[in-house]
Design a protein around this ligand. Structure first.
Ligand code: PEP
Ligand code: MG
Length: 858
């Protein structure tokens, strides 16, 4: 904002005592990026917020964590106590005024519990802002010094646009009612966890900068200009409210899509460590072909992989592969196609061997497609009809892709990418270009493309790739999953405007808010860069500290282990500070092969993993195979409901020869004592006794004198409820929250429609965990959690409070988990666990848990 009158501005007095800090220091991109407005932050030492000048209170949410005051001249001042404090739901805040009241400079507005907020909020930093769009700008401010209530904090004045022309104050953009005669109207149910508070309001205003026309949001007879942050906040919209979005002009549809995407998806809400719900985000089409991706525009997209990135636009050069239609004889073309498919298979198999779990699953899906008999039969039919290998393969793939698209199911349509990827890989092999070098990237590249195929993604230089911005694509595509696994922020479904971004344009990809900022200005880019650097420095410090054993703030030892499934993951676990492996899923050795791995092969694998872990414990889970994961060398009877059929230890006891071999392979690992055995899907003590007898028999047969610990997975409600009797037979417990949740809630863990409700923080699951811990305690058994819940920092205080001693998480989650646990006391943990057990839904537990956990945005 430019200011016309450098004198005669309005003085704002400090509303708080504390240390004044630049906005860039705030750990939140919306505030740090000045999306809500300009000003500074106060790191408070006092607990009472005072009026910085005379004015009227125009917004004071029920949560009382923020207040907006309008001066007589029309400036709107937002004071927001702490960051992410809306989630406290008013706890710790007491308001001395109400909305609509006139106040005098220095008057008490809100008193807050500094201590409580310091413990529960992400940060205490309190932004004092002149709201964006109110027509006022900051002339000068007192940064980086100690400040007392009533000291001069900043001077503000009307900015050029407002001083010269008609002030928006006169029309009151934030004042209801504001309803537009609409070209498009849509009703949207608000999914934002805390409704439309300051941050989402700013994101909506920001998203609308990319489109023209008037936009309003109405709820319960009240309406506001959707371009006014204050107006939106004043609506007091809560989660679950149904609002009406109206828009005018040629961009009306795009504007509505953008607003609906922000309101309808629970994204942009910090605090929860849950990943974005795949496939649940709406698909905004906020920009049309005719619109330029101009400097300052913010293009809304769907979040495919969370995070922030600053970099330059790099267009991915994708060359359509030309093919000749006519073949040179059936035998020749058939053999060329067979050879090309065999080459691709060999390459994929090599990639699978070196891959992490996520990549491996995707590579396996590609291998399956490659072997698909329908594809090869249709290609062969075309070759027989005289076509070339290239043309036949392309036609066969495209026919299947069309059929998938025609199903009208977005998830199926996303699998089309995988087919097209295979088309490309086979055609490259046929043309002899399969090994051609991938496009070189400059540093901090934000790759822009219409769509990206998984093989194109993995070929990119990850060290130079800062982010991904796709015009099309879906949040559940394999590229999105790969990007999330690699921690590369990605937005998809950005629409056609993204095609118009010139090569080299500076970009800010905000995959927390779902916006791609095109050339947002050096100041904003620098602020985000600093934020990312601080985040990286914090993570590096956490990784370093993670090498130490983990204790709570009051000295209780909590072991933080890793789940692993390959050598690469064992190495990552050690790098990230894992104190051992709490779950080795041995299925990786048994799947996708014609014969069972020999005892020697298994032993070599386990020994290699044990060596990679150094002297850390290695918990090896016996084969957890079932009807849903068939293995050819273990034919199973057909099962109507495989999740409730022969699974885990049941399969092992049904065909014990495989288990005997596996037990011997484990018992042979040196040094003795490093490995412990974990049994999956236990429901009663008889199963443990049977396996223990086999362990003893194998031990005797091998002449091994040293005992080995045998623990059980608690992943059925039966085993949790019988924990006390099971504790008499098992050496330790490891709770598999993935299956425990599935079986407790009677919801398939792979069901896409139920995914959002399948939350292991459901109080029923927590009660079973509590029961397990009580049962374990009767015999002094150690209780671990190795299901997905152990990797969720939000859950850590609750789990520890319920009596869990060990968390076994994905390696990358360990540094942050340890940093968090070191700040907790057992009193904190037992307190929140007790409260959690009393809640009636997973949502209520999660809201409670989020308040307890300091989270970081980057
Ligand atoms: C679980 O069920 O929580 C678990 C860790 O086992 P898996 O995910 O391998 O079934
Ligand atoms: Mg399980």
């Amino acid at each position: 904002m430019r200011v016309t009158e450098p004198h005669g501005g309005l003085i704002l007095l400090s509303p708080l005592s504390g240390w004044s800090t630049p906005l860039e220091e705030i750990p939140d991109p919306v505030f740090a990026g000045r999306m809500l407005g300009d000003g500074l932050a106060l790191d408070p030492t006092g607990d009472t917020l005072h009026a910085p000048c005379d004015g009227e209170i125009i917004a004071l949410p029920e949560s009382k964590h923020a207040v907006t005051l309008r001066t007589d001249g029309g400036a709107e001042i937002l004071m927001h106590i702490g960051i992410d404090t809306v989630g406290l739901g008013g706890a710790g805040f007491a308001a001395h005024v109400q909305s609509g009241r006139r106040v005098a400079a220095g008057e008490r507005l809100i008193t807050f519990d500094l201590d409580l907020i310091a413990r529960r909020a992400r940060s205490l930093l309190t932004p004092i802002l002149v709201m964006e769009g109110c027509g006022f700008a900051v002339l000068r401010s007192s940064d980086n010094r100690e400040i007392a209530v009533g000291d001069v904090l900043m001077e503000i004045a009307a900015s050029a646009a407002e001083a010269g022309g008609q002030s928006r104050r006169e029309t009151g953009p934030g004042d209801a009612p504001h309803e537009v005669a609409a070209d498009e109207v849509r009703r949207v149910r608000v999914a934002l966890e805390h409704g439309i508070h300051a941050r989402p309001a700013a994101q909506i205003v920001n998203a609308l900068k990319a489109v023209s026309g008037e936009v309003s949001i109405a709820v319960q007879g009240r309406s506001a200009n959707a371009r006014s942050t204050v107006g939106l906040m004043k609506l007091g919209v809560r989660k679950g409210d149904e609002v009406e979005v109206r828009a005018t002009g040629s961009d009306a549809r795009s504007a509505i899509e953008a607003v609906a995407a922000l309101l309808g998806a629970a994204h942009g809400e910090g605090g929860s460590a849950r990943p974005a719900q795949r496939g649940s985000a709406a698909r905004p089409q906020a920009t049309t072909e005719s619109q330029e991706a101009r400097a300052g525009a913010a293009l809304p997209g769907v979040i495919a992989s969370r995070g922030l990135a600053v970099g330059q636009a790099v267009r991915l050069a994708v060359h359509e592969i030309e093919v000749t239609a006519t073949g040179a004889g059936v035998a020749h073309e058939t053999s060329r196609l067979d050879q090309a498919r065999a080459d691709v298979r060999a390459r994929l198999e090599a990639a699978r061997a070196a891959a992490s779990n996520t990549t491996r699953e995707i590579v396996e899906a590609h291998l399956e497609l490659l072997a698909d008999p329908e594809l090869s039969e249709s290609a062969l039919a075309l070759i027989v009809a005289g076509a070339s290998a290239e043309h036949s393969w392309r036609q066969a793939i495209r026919g299947s892709a069309e059929a998938l698209r025609a199903l009208g199911d977005p998830r199926m349509a996303e699998r089309v990418d995988d087919l097209l990827d295979l088309e490309r890989q086979v055609l490259l092999s046929l043309s002899g270009n399969a090994g051609a070098a991938a496009q070189e990237l400059p540093a901090d590249a934000i790759v822009i493309a219409e769509e990206l195929l998984p093989s194109q993604f993995v070929a990119l230089d990850a060290g130079r790739l800062a982010g991904i911005a796709l015009a099309a694509g879906g949040a559940t595509s394999h590229v999105s999953i790969l990007a999330a696994a690699m921690g590369i922020p990605a937005l998809v479904a950005l629409g056609p405007a993204v095609r118009r971004i010139a090569e080299g344009t500076p970009l800010l990809l905000d995959a927390e808010a779902g916006l791609l900022h095109v050339d947002p200005g050096a100041e904003r880019l620098d602020a985000t860069r600093r934020l990312l650097e601080r985040g990286a420095a914090r993570r590096a410090a956490q990784r370093e500290a993670a090498q130490q054993d983990c204790y709570t703030a009051d000295g209780v030892r909590i072991e933080v282990f890793a789940n692993i499934g390959s050598l690469a993951e064992a190495q990552a676990a050690v790098r990230n500070g894992a104190e051992g492996c709490g779950l080795l899923r041995t299925e990786f050795l048994f799947l996708e092969r014609e014969t069972a791995p020999s005892e020697a092969e298994q032993h070599a694998e386990y020994q290699q993993l044990a060596a990679a872990l150094g002297d850390r414990p290695l918990t090896i889970r016996t084969l957890d195979i079932g009807g849903d994961k068939p293995i050819p060398y273990l034919p199973m009877p057909a099962e109507e409901n495989p999740a409730l059929g022969l699974r885990g230890v049941r399969t092992s006891l049904w065909r014990p020869e495989l288990l005997r071999q596996q037990l011997r392979a484990i018992l042979g690992v040196r040094p003795y004592g490093q490995c412990r055995i974990l049994l999956p899907m236990i429901t009663e003590v008889a199963e443990i006794r049977s396996v223990r007898a086999m362990v003893e028999e194998a031990r005797a047969g091998m002449g091994r004198h040293e005992p080995i610990e045998v623990g059980v997975m608690i992943e059925t409600p039966a085993s949790a409820l019988l924990a006390e009797s099971i504790a008499a037979e098992a050496d330790f417990f490891s709770i598999g929250t993935n299956d425990l949740t599935q079986y407790t809630l009677a919801m398939d863990r792979g069901h896409p429609e139920l995914a959002a409700r399948l939350d292991a923080l459901h109080p029923a699951v927590l009660r079973l965990i509590a029961r397990t811990a009580e049962g374990a305690q009767t015999r002094g058994r150690m209780v671990a959690v190795c299901g997905g819940l152990a990797s969720d920092p939000v859950a850590a205080p609750i789990l520890i409070g319920l009596g869990v001693h060990e968390l076994s998480a994905v390696p990358s989650a360990i540094p942050r988990l340890k940093a968090l646990i070191r700040r907790l006391t057992m009193a904190d943990c037992t307190g929140v666990a007790r409260q959690a057990l009393g809640q009636s839904s997973a949502g209520a537990v999660r809201a409670l848990a989020v308040q307890r956990v300091e989270s970081e945005t980057v």
